[in-house]
Ligand binder design. Structure first.
Ligand code: NAD
Length: 295
């Protein structure tokens, strides 16, 4: 199948490569030239614009940073909707605000384009090995039509969550749980350090009990080792929690824990740590307690 792929960053580049490996013909576009060249070498055909991608492909995937980037790529002049024929399927895999997904889907529907939102969880390693967790919203039949031949070539699971926007609502729930877990781990390991117990021993002792989690296993060793190389950046998590808080206000769901962690992340950004991994929440606690988990 001929598939358009727009947005070849940390996530989009390996996802596009997995579609090529699965035997699909790829037409790609990014505003940055380097990843386009890399995809050309992997067998993809570069296009000159989002519009040009859509003119050639019946399915177009977008993997972009946030709502404004997706609106620009899809709705602006020279965007996907300028080139798409009725019946085209747009799969937006970016993590954006659910309200923005719904707005873009409405504009798509006016042109006969069917959109699903299908954000992912798992990060770069799982994008590379094709084992992402995918959460989708939109028309169920459209989702089923692309699940096995496209989504499951990039992910280990693809779960239908409801109407358009439901994929991104699910992703926001994921991001709230991850952020609060990392902050709790940083808080607890700082407590241990200040109280004179080695955080590495605390991690070892508790990881198999109720406090153990995928987040703790991934992030505690980074905090203990003082390694904050991303991974998932503080700036991206600020974007997701901003979308979560906005959505929470819209639907009447107070998010006090999310708001507290958001301010910690904002403190890190103000300290010049926006490009750190989100496990850098340990550095927020180091700042307020005077004790480094890994020091
Ligand atoms: P990235 O910044 O590495 O890549 C985004 C790409 O989009 C860049 O190559 C950029 O040049 C391109 N781009 C921006 N605007 C464009 C436009 N108008 N037209 C064409 N290309 C454009 O971001 P990423 O880490 O790949 O993340 C993409 C999405 O996936 C984000 O919503 C992010 O929150 C989500 N996500 C990221 C991770 C992760 O670990 N990095 C994990 C899960 C989900």
């Amino acid at each position: 199948m001929k598939i358009g792929f727009i947005g070849l960053g940390i996530m989009g580049k390996p996802m596009a490569k997995n579609l090529i490996k699965a035997g699909h013909e790829l037409v790609v576009y990014d505003i940055s030239q380097a990843p386009v060249d890399e995809l050309r070498e992997a067998g993809a055909k570069p296009a000159a614009s989002c519009k040009a991608v859509a003119e050639e492909c019946g399915v177009v995937i977008t993997m972009l940073p946030n709502s404004p980037h997706v609106k620009e790529a899809v709705l602006a002049k020279g965007g996907v909707l300028d080139g798409a024929k009725p019946g085209t399927v747009l799969i937006d895999m970016s993590s954006i605000a659910p309200g923005a997904s719904q707005e873009i889907a409405r504009a798509c529907a006016q042109k006969g384009v069917k959109m699903i939102d299908a954000p992912v969880s798992g990060g770069e390693p799982k994008a590379i090995d094709g084992s992402l967790s995918i959460m989708a919203g939109g028309d169920r039949d459209v989702f089923l039509g692309v699940r096995d031949c496209i989504l499951l070539k990039m992910g280990a699971s693809a779960v239908y969550c409801g109407d358009v926007g439901a994929g991104n609502t699910t992703k926001l729930a994921n991001q709230v749980i991850v952020a609060c877990n990392i902050a709790a781990a940083a808080e607890a390991l700082t407590l241990a350090k200040k109280a004179g117990v080695d955080p590495a021993l605390v991690f070892d002792a508790i990881k198999g009990g109720l406090a153990g989690s995928t987040v703790l296993n991934a992030k505690a060793p980074m905090m203990i080792g003082g390694n904050f190389k991303p991974g998932f950046k503080v700036d991206l998590h600020i974007k997701d929690l901003g979308n979560a808080l906005e959505t929470g206000h819209d639907v009447g769901a107070p998010l006090p824990l999310t708001a507290a962690v958001m301010e910690m992340l904002q403190t890190l950004r103000a300290d010049g740590r926006g490009q750190d991994d989100h496990s850098s929440l340990a550095n927020y606690y180091a700042k307020v307690s005077g004790a480094k988990i890994g020091g």
